[in-house]
Write a protein that binds this ligand. Structure first.
Ligand code: DCP
Ligand code: MG
Ligand code: MN
Length: 339
């Protein structure tokens, strides 16, 4: 019924043609016009054949097929595969994986599931996948969130936060943490610790959620709140996005509410980097201590399966330098915490 449309189903070399066309597409996508044309020419030559072309010699005998492609034809017929094509497809899967994992809060499991479901572009995901709100915002602001933030701009965002902290309660204080505190010239996001002398978490949370964050939102600085991926964070962290007046670029901003008693441990945790934190925690556990973002503890009780039964006795939480001291580690200023 259908007219001949150039499809290869009835061609004895259909399998070979299919793989060579995929190679042509691959080279076209990489901008290699010379190889793209060579592969297309080889396909044209194969389509005219009424016999299966099995060997390099048979392929070379055809006009329009050179040495390298002739070898590939033999590889396809004898092994059923083409190594070079498998590699190219792996490369492109890798690229898509990286693209998808670049979406805020999207990790390997989700990204690879989307690829398995046949999605290849951010547009595909946006149109066809039942995304959660964070993922939708992550795609809408993909380029924004991928860009590093110049150090000076981090300071500008922080100054806006500081002004509202002071307006809400003269005692509220802040320190910019993360890569900024380590002295980076640019940052992936804006990390701010918020605390008040002698205040507990509830008091700070009430001021932040009741006053500071609503005000920063009303004035257009905070654009959106993003749900945390960790349940235990809820109540002590606020994740979202902010933008300077007149700028369309949204930045990722994390506000951490810190009890006065835990300031030192929170500073260590939120200053990082991740590897430095890991090495400090390892050091603590070797000394039968435990370090987390709330404090440094001794006599941690463990059950038969090494599961923690109790946090143990608090050794130090408030004083950052003192935590290093109790751990028996020479104090390292933030700029030297980049292992
Ligand atoms: N952190 C950690 N382990 C993680 C994630 C974070 O210990 N898996 C700590 C160390 C980080 C801090 O939290 O320094 C802030 O996290 P960020 O993801 O904001 O990382 P940085 O601020 O260090 O770097 P970036 O410039 O990419 O934001
Ligand atoms: Mg950061
Ligand atoms: Mn952060």
């Amino acid at each position: 019924m259908a007219k001949h449309d150039g499809s290869n189903d009835d061609n004895p070399n259909a399998q070979t043609i299919d793989k060579l066309l995929k190679m042509a597409d691959y080279y076209a996508a990489t901008g290699d016009q010379w190889r793209t044309r060579a592969y297309r020419q080889a396909v044209t030559a194969l389509r005219k054949q009424t016999q299966v072309i099995r060997t390099k010699q048979e392929a070379l005998a055809l006009r329009g097929i050179g040495e390298r492609i002739a070898e590939k034809i033999q590889e396809i017929v004898s092994t059923g595969r083409l190594q070079r094509l498998d590699n190219a497809q792996m490369d492109s899967r890798d690229k898509i994986l990286r693209l998808f994992m670049g979406i805020y809060q999207v990790g390997y499991p989700t990204a690879s599931r989307w690829i398995a479901e046949g999605h290849r572009t951010l547009e595909d995901l946006y149109q066809k996948v039942d995304l959660n709100r964070n993922q939708r915002i992550g795609i809408e602001h993909y380029d924004d969130f991928q860009q590093r933030i110049p150090r000076a701009e981090v300071a500008q965002h922080a100054a806006i936060v500081k002004k509202e902290l002071e307006a809400a309660d003269a005692g509220l204080q802040m320190i910019i943490g993360g890569s900024y505190r380590r002295g980076s010239a640019d940052c992936g996001d804006i990390d701010i610790l918020i605390f008040k002398k002698h205040a507990g978490l509830d008091h700070i949370r009430t001021l932040m959620m009741g006053t500071v964050i609503p005000r920063l939102t009303e004035q257009g600085f905070l654009k959106v709140a993003l749900a945390s991926s960790h349940h235990e964070d809820s109540g002590s962290k606020w994740h979202g996005a902010s933008a300077l007046q007149g700028s369309k670029v949204w930045r990722r901003i994390d506000l951490l509410f810190v009890p006065w008693a835990e300031l030192g441990a929170a500073l260590i945790y939120f200053t990082g980097n991740e590897y430095f934190n890991r090495s400090l925690r390892l050091h603590a556990s070797r000394k039968q201590m435990r370090l987390n973002q709330h404090g440094l503890y001794a006599d941690v009780m463990r059950g038969p399966g090494r599961e923690r039964l109790a946090d143990g006795r608090l050794l130090e939480g408030h004083d950052e330098k003192r935590i290093f001291e109790v751990l028996g580690v020479t104090y390292r200023p933030p700029e030297h915490r980049n292992p």
